[in-house]
Design a protein around this ligand. Structure first.
Ligand code: PMP
Length: 432
């Protein structure tokens, strides 16, 4: 089929008629499908059921150093968990703090502590007139939710397949001392699936921020979440690169096992420099006597080491790879050549990012909803939910069963076509 823009008014009208008929058929199916959030599906969760067996009432709950995990203590996490998570994050166990069940929680706490008490002796952000964060877009809605909650002004920075626009990042960060941070998902980003290039990571490590308390919030949520064995993205390790570049304290690196074992019941971690660790632990010791060591031990006993975790992630990939491929195939079959949208084809992570014609995303999501398919709200991938082009839509293929996913992706493609035709006909009408 030829691009919609090259069709005559009559051809577009005929296409609209055909698409409307098809859409009505979907409406009659009374679907209730959900492609909105990046959650693992049941089969993925089932892979971790062995975690329930490794600790029972006969289990020895002592760590290698003799610490009884049933009791209070060990503020920064048990050593064997630091080793496992250190391998997962590609960091030295000495640079790691193990937390509770959520890395988002750690990110919130990190912003909150900077806000109320300041970073390493710097003025608390709450005492400053204006605080700003750079936000690569499209990005993760919950990152933007944290900075919005603290009244931090968010500045969008365009993403490309190699990472954020680094000219813009370098200029802004070096000129404006009110810019205190940047949200990054460096690998298999949410929602694009893009991974930062070597050059991008090197330029990040060599930033010359005007603010001494500027920090890179490096959310490595998808560090080992590859879809393929033979095609994987590799990144330069940011902590080591910052150290090499003479900026050892500039980064907080976050990760968790949420999408490795059980979201909400995994373990989260932060890797950072000794100076930052000291700063953080001084607050943490007031906040808690220690996190859930039994869960830390459970994870270590289940995986044994990083090889166990890598093997486990292969099984996860075997479950979700066909889902990504099914969505990509459906988008290809339905939309290629029409020039009404582009989408990413990630090698890992949890999302596909779709860009429609400008001004169509909200309507596409609304049309899908009316026919029973819930997508992530259009605009969610931008700070303040404001996508200036109204074009980005996040597709989350992992959670629905395959059969539902196929229906949902087909309906989504149909909605993209229908809304695009309506837009083009509308444009013609106003031009007349
Ligand atoms: N960061 C990113 C980029 C995510 O996509 C998610 C989950 N969707 C999280 C963090 C949340 O992680 P956690 O469960 O560890 O809070």
């Amino acid at each position: 089929m030829k691009p919609y823009r090259e069709m005559s008014r009559e051809e577009l009208k005929a296409e609209e008629e055909k698409l409307r008929k098809e859409y009505r058929k979907y409406q009659a199916m009374e679907l209730h499908l959900d492609m909105s959030r990046g959650k693992p599906c049941k089969e993925q969760l089932d892979l971790s059921m062995g975690m329930m067996d490794v600790l029972d009432s006969n289990a020895d709950l002592c760590c290698e150093d003799g610490t009884d995990c049933r009791n209070y203590g060990v503020l920064s996490g048990i050593h064997e968990a630091k080793v496992l998570i250190g391998d997962m994050m590609e960091n030295n166990p000495d640079n790691i703090i193990i937390y509770g069940n959520s890395s988002l929680n750690v990110m919130y706490d990190t912003v909150s502590r900077a806000y109320t008490h300041g970073i390493m002796g710097n003025t608390p952000w709450c005492r400053l007139d204006k605080i700003k964060f750079l936000c690569p877009v499209p990005g993760y809605d919950r990152h933007f939710g944290i900075t919005e909650y603290f009244g931090i002004e968010m500045i969008p920075v365009p993403m490309s397949p190699t990472g954020p626009d680094m000219d813009m990042v370098e200029n802004l960060v070096s000129e404006d001392p009110s810019i205190k941070g940047i949200w990054c998902v460096p690998k298999y980003a949410n929602p694009t699936g893009y991974s930062y290039s070597d050059e991008t990571v090197r330029r990040f490590a060599r930033l010359k921020p005007a603010a001494p308390d500027f920090r890179i919030f490096w959310d490595n949520a998808y560090g080992i979440h590859h879809l393929y064995d033979d095609r994987q993205d590799y990144l330069i390790e940011i902590l080591a690169e910052c150290k090499r570049a003479g900026n050892p304290d500039m980064v907080y690196k976050f990760a968790s096992t949420s999408k490795i074992t059980f979201p909400g019941s995994g373990i989260a971690a932060l890797a950072t420099s000794p100076n930052n660790m000291e700063d953080i632990l001084a607050q943490m010791k007031v906040q808690t006597i220690g996190h859930d060591k039994v869960n830390q031990l459970r994870h270590v006993r289940f995986f044994k080491d990083i090889h166990g975790m890598t093997e486990h992630m292969r099984k996860q990939a075997d479950i979700i790879r066909p889902k990504f491929e099914a969505v990509e195939q459906i988008l290809d079959e339905n939309l290629t050549g029409l020039d009404i949208g582009t989408w990413t084809k990630p090698l890992g992570g949890y999302f596909i990012s779709f860009d429609s014609l400008p001004g169509c995303a909200k309507s596409i999501v609304a049309h899908a909803k009316k026919a029973g398919v819930v997508m992530t709200g259009a605009g969610a991938t931008w700070p303040y939910h404001k996508d200036p082009n109204d074009s980005n839509i996040r597709i989350a293929p992992t959670y629905p069963p395959m059969e539902d996913l196929i229906k949902a992706a087909q309906l989504f493609s149909l909605c993209v076509k229908l809304v695009s035709v309506e837009k083009l006909l509308g444009e013609e009408r106003t031009a007349e």
